[in-house]
Design a binder for this molecule. Structure first.
Ligand code: GLN
Length: 538
């Protein structure tokens, strides 16, 4: 069987959840036994989202091979349980960079370099790249942005050309739109969808299926009307009604026959029903858990729901593993002071101090960590959260009031967290951090080793600063232990307080690897400890 390509575009409005629809369809095809991956094409000019503020674009997701990518790749990995890579996220910036570099090298000598064919050729090359590995039966390509945007036009043109070049049964186009409900008229309106599909068709792409986001069920009559005016087959207009959990969406899409429409269009000789047993068990667990805990997430981007997406999802997975609802309450680290910390963290059964960059809110993180340490509240610090727990311990236990990370205070006499040597050699900001998967060896008998159930692990990184090992013996003598080290460089990756019921800081990002079917041990451990803490309070 040839590799099959499914293109997913979106219209009418942004934030309709194209990533979730793509992930859901991919999940259903995977559950039918097909080898599936998803890639995202983003129409902005940044080479990657690594240099974007989370307020602009939500969380930056990091892959095993160290690509800084769109947060939708997190959904892809969580739904499919399959790693993505650099090749799974392409931006307009990357496309132009490749074409312009080739132009300077003389690859187009004598020719005028143009959007069509040079940019569109490069887009097509990248779309087909994962297919050429032979590792996948189906590749879903999500085109970021909204149809009609100037930025996405070259991508739509590339899809048009591919649909024309590849055998008809190897391509499928899915368009996601919004059907707004006008409460004054008590009516669902289809006109914006008609316009969106017209715009797509003007670009030469006809959708095979229209998926309609809606708050109310679509009647058969309305579906027929959309099909007629948008020139798609009756039965190929399906609804995606607001779901109680994103993890419910694959089941909803299956009920709407989206996967069946796909295997028919792509002539995939596979009419087996998807096997979603484990997925359903997970859903049952998150629907009616027996217990409940409150975890406080302290961070500086808490106003934006998507800024800590993977952490939020990791708590859903870890909750399911503990038969427990995890209510994640966020606290803006900038607001935390020595005086109000008790009040702001009132009711916390567990505390997570988030990753981050720059000075803003750092002191607040230190106070939150002190509170967790002194009150025996289960604590997990991730990346910057781990670095700040080292700073807190240095200041309060070792008595070095001026201890800091050099990110916060470059002149500190006690640089307990400092910049890595290789980082000092570069001033370039994009893609120059310590990125991607690195091995880590855990100390036998440590909390980390017992949670992971072993001592050899690998986790993903995204940082410039690190624990300054010159101070290690001072820390260890006084009770903060380094229980995880990089086996090659000796860099400290995990710190723990054995005197505390659950206090652990990790330089890496465990949240990126948590999935419903493989919840992350550190999150599972934190939720379990939070449950025990809550029981102890009663
Ligand atoms: N700003 C810190 C560093 O660069 C931590 C980064 C993070 O939390 N991802 O090391």
């Amino acid at each position: 069987m040839n590799t099959k390509y499914i293109f997913i575009t979106g219209g009418v409005a942004s934030s309709l959840g194209k990533g979730i629809i793509a992930s859901s369809l991919a999940k259903l095809l995977q559950a039918r036994g097909l080898r599936v991956t998803i890639q995202k094409f983003d129409p902005y000019i940044n080479i990657d989202p690594g240099t974007l503020n989370p307020y602009e674009h939500g969380e930056c997701y990091v892959t095993e091979d160290g690509a800084e990518t769109d947060l939708d790749l997190g959904h892809y990995e969580r739904f499919l349980g399959v790693y993505t890579s650099k090749a799974n996220n392409v931006t307009t910036g990357k496309i132009y960079h490749t074409v312009i570099t080739k132009e300077r090298e003389g690859a187009y000598l004598g020719k005028t370099v143009q959007i069509v064919p040079h940019i569109t050729d490069e887009i097509k090359r990248r779309i087909l790249l994962l297919g050429r590995t032979g590792e996948y039966d189906v590749i879903l390509t999500e085109i970021g942005g909204t149809i009609g945007d100037m930025e996405s036009q070259p991508f739509v043109e590339a899809v048009r050309q591919l649909q024309w070049e590849l055998p008809e049964e190897d391509c499928m186009s899915v368009h996601l739109t919004l059907i707004p409900y006008l409460s004054a008229a008590k009516e669902l309106k289809t006109k914006p969808t008609q316009h969106s599909v017209q715009a797509l068709q003007q670009g030469g792409v006809t959708p095979d299926v229209i998926v309609c986001r809606t708050e109310h069920p679509l009647s058969q009559e309305l579906r027929r009307k959309i099909a007629l005016f948008c020139n798609v087959r009756p039965g190929h207009v399906i609804q995606s009604i607001d779901a109680w959990s994103i993890y419910q969406v694959p089941l909803n899409m299956h009920e709407e026959h989206l996967d069946e429409l796909a295997v028919r269009k792509l002539q995939i000789d596979n009419f087996a029903t998807p096997d979603l047993g484990r997925w359903k068990t997970f859903l049952e667990r998150i629907k009616n858990p027996a217990h409940e805990v409150q975890v406080v997430l302290v961070g500086k981007y808490v106003e934006l729901q998507d800024a800590y997406k993977s952490i939020q999802e990791a708590f859903v997975h870890a909750g399911a593993a503990n038969d427990c609802r995890v209510n994640v309450r966020t606290v803006q680290s900038e607001n935390v002071t020595a005086e109000n910390v008790g009040e702001l963290l009132e009711g916390a059964d567990g505390i997570l101090v988030a990753p981050g960059f720059g000075e803003r809110g750092l002191e607040g993180k230190v106070f939150a960590i002190r509170h967790a340490r002194e009150k025996d509240i289960p604590f997990l610090g991730i990346c910057l959260g781990m670095q700040m727990c080292v700073v807190e311990f240095a200041r309060d236990v070792l008595g070095w009031k001026d201890a800091a990370s050099t990110e916060l205070d470059p002149q500190t006499p006690h640089p307990v967290i400092c910049m890595m040597e290789e980082q000092k050699k570069t001033n370039i900001k994009g893609g120059t951090m310590r990125l991607g998967a690195y091995a880590c060896t855990l100390e036998k008998g440590s909390l980390a080793a017992s949670l992971y159930g072993g001592t050899d692990i690998s986790e993903r990184h995204r940082h410039r600063y690190e624990f300054n090992s010159e101070y290690l013996s001072e820390f260890e003598k006084n009770g903060l232990k380094a229980t995880g080290r990089n086996p090659q460089t000796g860099l400290v990756e995990v710190v723990e307080l054995p005197s505390h019921p659950f206090f652990i800081g990790v330089q890496f990002h465990p949240e990126y690897k948590s999935t419903p079917e493989r919840p992350h041990p550190l999150f599972v451990g934190l939720v379990k400890a939070a449950l025990a803490f809550r029981r102890g309070k009663k």
